[in-house]
Design a binder for this molecule. Structure first.
Ligand SMILES: Nc1ncnc2c1ncn2[C@@H]1O[C@H](COP(=O)(O)OP(=O)(O)OP(=O)(O)O)[C@@H](O)[C@H]1O
Ligand SMILES: [Mg+2]
Length: 454
């Protein structure tokens, strides 16, 4: 619930305003003088201030100034008596939101308050969104601030300055390539090239020549000398995508390059020295391949000095709102970004869907919806059928590990719900509390309990 602080030395006005505005669904705090109002502003979370201009002691104008010092975003509506219109103008210069003249029509007051609240909400949401997309939660083009992603960012930070090999694993579409890019572009090699190669997409011969290069005449079709990607990446980084698909013969060669930092081109005898940082990715668990003898154990340990495991989207549904907003922005045409709204049942469907294609699939779904939607509102009709028909029932087996005490399980669910509500309401606590049907102080209590910071 949004909170309004009303300040007036005339008790009658306080009573009338309180009755009028609490009937509109606002929470009302009243103060008989400006000093008291200031201490309330410091303590409570106030969304709007309505203050009389002339009061004994501290004036409304001084209160306005104090208020701007405490939180410059809080809208302040000044109430002026007949003949003090110049003061109202003065107040507007000092960033009051608006003024109303006493005596006022109830409807005028209600409308002014409603507009101020909307304005305030937009300001706040824009700021929170801008913050959410700022460096703290953003690595290159990566967004998301769920616990597992914060761990990933932490690892990126730690490894980007070293030359240690990093193996990035995780299901398809979880952002492994983005992570590789973030590591490279945050590190000291960022001015040098980042060269990628998909080890699963080429035949053994072609892959060898792509990686290590070849001399003229090394095989039929090798009409000229060609530098391999390791050479091209010299001083920079190579990203070996789908490294688990590397044929055994090339695994041996690769191991040598990693150990000695030198290679011979296919068909050549000259040894070429390189200085390359190696990042690799796989959506399969290479350890299993090692156990089955499909992947060399020594190579695995070389590649896997640091391991970053990227969670599936289903394991970090808290990130869904930020990702959705990120992709909406991405797929908006032109510079003037419009406010696009998602119907509540659309959010519900997005949360319930298991996302086998992870972030890539979500990106495609939003791109499609941005083409299909009308009037700035995305409805269920704009989603693919597979998403809409998903069983929305809560699947305990999937979300809660077995053999955990009931109280712990309930806490787990509660924490998730609180985090989700906050993320969905751009961290506006009062909105999140409302969507959960609890009071703001209760949500603050839960946030403390689960160590949730905004
Ligand atoms: N955290 C994120 N924030 C923003 N966009 C993301 C994020 N994660 C993934 N994406 C987007 O999703 C798509 C897939 O990401 P990426 O290609 O990095 O996945 P991948 O794990 O390498 O997938 P695959 O295993 O299929 O190669 C890309 O368009 C990427 O920009
Ligand atoms: Mg990839």
């Amino acid at each position: 619930m949004e909170t309004i602080l009303i300040v007036d030395d005339e008790k009658n006005y306080l009573v009338v305003l309180e009755a009028l505005l609490s009937a509109e669904g606002y929470e009302i705090i009243t103060a008989r003088d400006a000093k008291m109002a200031v201490s309330i502003l410091r303590e409570a979370d106030v969304d709007l201030v309505i203050t009389d201009m002339k009061m004994p002691g501290m004036s409304g104008m001084e209160l306005l100034e104090e208020c701007m010092k405490i939180d410059s975003e809080i809208p302040v509506i000044m109430m002026t008596a007949f003949g003090t219109i110049e003061m109202a103008v003065e107040a507007m210069k000092k960033h009051a939101y608006d003024y109303i003249q006493k005596p006022f029509e109830n409807e005028t007051l209600k409308l002014t308050v409603k507009k101020a609240m909307e304005n305030h909400r937009l300001l706040k949401e824009n700021r929170l969104l801008a913050e959410a997309l700022s460096d703290r939660f953003r690595y290159g083009n990566m967004v998301g601030k769920s616990k597992p992603m914060m761990k990933v960012y932490d690892l990126i930070d730690k490894v980007s300055n070293s030359k240690a090999s990093v193996l990035i694993t995780g299901p398809s579409g979880t952002g492994k390539e983005l992570i590789a890019k973030a590591i490279h572009y945050q590190g000291p090699r960022k001015e040098r090239p980042l060269i990628s190669i998909n080890c699963g997409a080429l035949t053994e011969t072609l892959l060898a020549s792509e990686l290590f290069g070849h001399e003229k005449g090394a095989f039929t079709g090798a009409v000229a000398m060609k530098k391999g990607r390791f050479e091209l990446a010299d001083g920079g980084t190579i990203f070996l995508d789908e490294v688990g698909e590397m044929p055994p013969a090339l695994q041996v060669k690769l191991l040598r390059v990693l150990q000695e930092m030198e290679l011979e081109r296919v068909g050549g005898t000259r040894t070429i020295k390189v200085d390359v940082r190696v990042l690799s990715a796989s959506n399969r668990n290479i350890k299993d391949d090692v156990a089955e003898g499909l992947f060399r154990e020594d190579l695995y340990y070389r590649l896997n000095v640091i391991h970053i495991d990227v969670p599936s989207l289903q394991e970090r549904t808290d990130d869904i709102p930020l990702l959705v907003k990120h992709f909406i922005d991405k797929f908006q045409e032109g510079d003037a970004k419009k406010n696009i709204e998602l119907r509540p049942e659309v959010w519900k469907a997005l949360y319930a869907y298991p996302w086998p294609g992870n972030v890539r699939e979500l990106e495609n779904v939003i791109e499609r919806a941005m083409v299909l939607h009308a009037g700035g509102v995305i409805t269920l009709n704009d989603l693919p059928k597979t998403l809409v028909s998903t069983e929305t029932e809560f699947d305990v087996e999937r979300f809660i590990p077995p053999h955990i005490p009931l109280s712990k399980a309930l806490e787990e669910i509660e924490e998730r719900l609180v985090r989700r509500a906050l993320a969905q309401s751009n961290n506006v606590q009062s909105h999140a509390a409302k969507s959960l049907g609890i009071t703001k102080s209760l949500i603050q209590h839960k946030m403390k309990k689960y160590n949730i910071t905004l």
